[in-house]
Design a protein around this ligand. Sequence first.
Ligand code: SF4
Length: 725
Amino acid sequence: SIPVKAVKEWKYTTCNYCSTGCAIEIGLNEAGKIVTSRGHAGADVNRGKLCIKGLLEHELFDSPGRGTMPLMRDKAHLPFQPTSWDKALDHTAAKIKEIQDKYGRDSFAVVSTGQLLTEEFYTLGKLVRGQIGTNNYDGNTTLCMASAVSGYKRSFGSDGPPGCYGDFEHTHCLMAFGSNLPEQHPIIYWRLKEALEKRKFPLIVVDPRVTMLAQFADIHLPLTPGTDCVLINSMMHVILKEGLQDQAYIDAHTQGIDELRALVADYDPKTAQHVCGISEDMIRTVARLYASAPAAMSIWTMGINQSTHGSDGVVNINNLNLITGNIGKPGGTSLSITGQCNAMGTREWSSCSGLPGYRVLEKEKDRKTVADFWGIDESFFPPKRGLTQTDIFPAIETGQIKGLWLVATNPMTSMPNQPRIRKAMENLEFLVVQDVYEDVETNQYSHVYFPAAVWAEKEGCHTNTERRVNLTRNVLPAYADSKPDFWIFNEMAKRFQDRNAIHFPEKPEGAFEEMRKLSVGTGRTLDISGMSYDRIEAARGIQWPYSEAQAQADEARVGPAGATQMLERQDFLGNPRLYTDGHFQTDSGRANLIPVRFVNNNECPDAEYPFWLNSGRVVEHFHTRTRTGKIGNCNKYSPTPYMEMNPDAAAELGLEHQSYVRVVSRRGDAVVMVQLTHRVGRNMLFIPFHFHDCVNRLTLGLLDPYSRQPAFKQNAARIEKIDQQ
Ligand code: SF4
């Protein structure tokens, strides 16, 4: 560890890993070199704490594998040649135009990430829609959050998690579905743990695996994989049958109760228990506990979203909270815990399914507003949705997509069914990879590589899980000849001015100003017109909606934005909750209660493939290890892939702890080390997804019909012994 006295100056920024949104201070020594990091004590989110990833994040600035200059080559897999930015950008723009001229505008696609800053998402969206002229533009957030977005839209009429971390301090019952906070979001877990220690309320964890959160639960429901709809329908059956619902809330603020009641009548716990694997008594107990709590909340993560019925799962959690009156009140909410640091930013400002500010692509008025604001004709981007990331790769396979630009995403490790993705990549005529790291696996297939700056070499905003917009400030200039993503998008836009002459602000704050203006009059909850960089930094983050009128009222009350006094008095914090007045974003203003019938479309174990194969995260690593794989202590504690296996199942196959096995699915195989543990049942296996050429060689990735999010967690597999010599 670095002695704090070696630090000459602390610089404020925001962690760039998970969606918790911790505020970090980076310590620089006399020579201006970064030597350490610490959590910002004045930030409401993390109150001085950081997890292992945040604490070591400063080691990324000069870690091995960083891209130092643009690279080009004629064919994938040949040696790269260094080149200048002008040549790389000119060549890329020319290739995009050549492909589009030959095959049509939709033959080119762009996939970004949840890792960039919001101004960068907005600028990339403007470039792709307004100049490149395609809706084939998606974020890798389709792999993690698309079902939550879709579920929120179907239930409430718009996206946006309605609650906040502060709800832990008010709730009387918390139900966590497929969410393992201590490993995935350690600082959110710390907030929950503090609340639990102060006020003992029941923690109910729904997860087929005995996760770390399940170990701390009062009640753990180890349900059969993929049957959450059955469990929730059965809970609602009990609630409605026993009159435990909040009828006044249902009558005043929802629509569809009759249809929901009719459907859940079919889910008597007596029969449901045989499908979801949770006993009748336990279903009744948790239903009564949840419905009788003065305020109850649900959180969820990938256990719900990454499923063939992820969107339905979210809708059903919303149904449960709506019939018990648990939306928009302290401690009563449906809080999707997002994945990446700025997954919310892509949702708010750009993706294939929406326009900036949660505007709707299919609505002519919304398209016209955006096109007028940018100064182009709205017919340039048609109302038809583009392809999601998960549909882009099949379209490459069939030849519909010929060129691809990947920004800070690594599908050669992250996408399910890797053998198929590999084939698709070989089919591309032109691939651009833009990433901080030159050694990212996907770069093997590229023709052009753009070296990008790492997070605190740039400036802009993140939005975290609880809609809190936070600021990342430049701590250092960009490394070698790498460039901020914002700069790269702006330079590319200059090369498309012949298609549409659009103004692109030179600085991120200029883009933020455009977003601020575009957020007004959407008829949606996302209003950031009262925010500015100074106000955000002073308050250590502001939760939207935050209108100009609210900001002015705050200023009249406390005086103009001044960092110190706002921080001390916790002013300008925005709105912690949505729908507090019971008015939703649907046409009627009422929330939709949508009946969800269980359909078993998972790849279930059978005689040939007798195990459920599940995947997930470990605390030391983030996504495909492009960053944490370069940090000494993260690798020290989690050096290699492994597979959790139940000791009884292992004994039947004659396997020992730390022996190596071949895991086989209908897609492919992978060799991993066995870790014996009772965290998984006899017919279940678990492998972390971070490692290249491992679990995603096996996953099937069937898609949710609404969100197009893949099911990573329900796959069938078998084990083959291999010679340990
Ligand atoms: Fe960063 Fe998430 Fe860890 Fe906070 S919890 S330090 S945001 S990785």
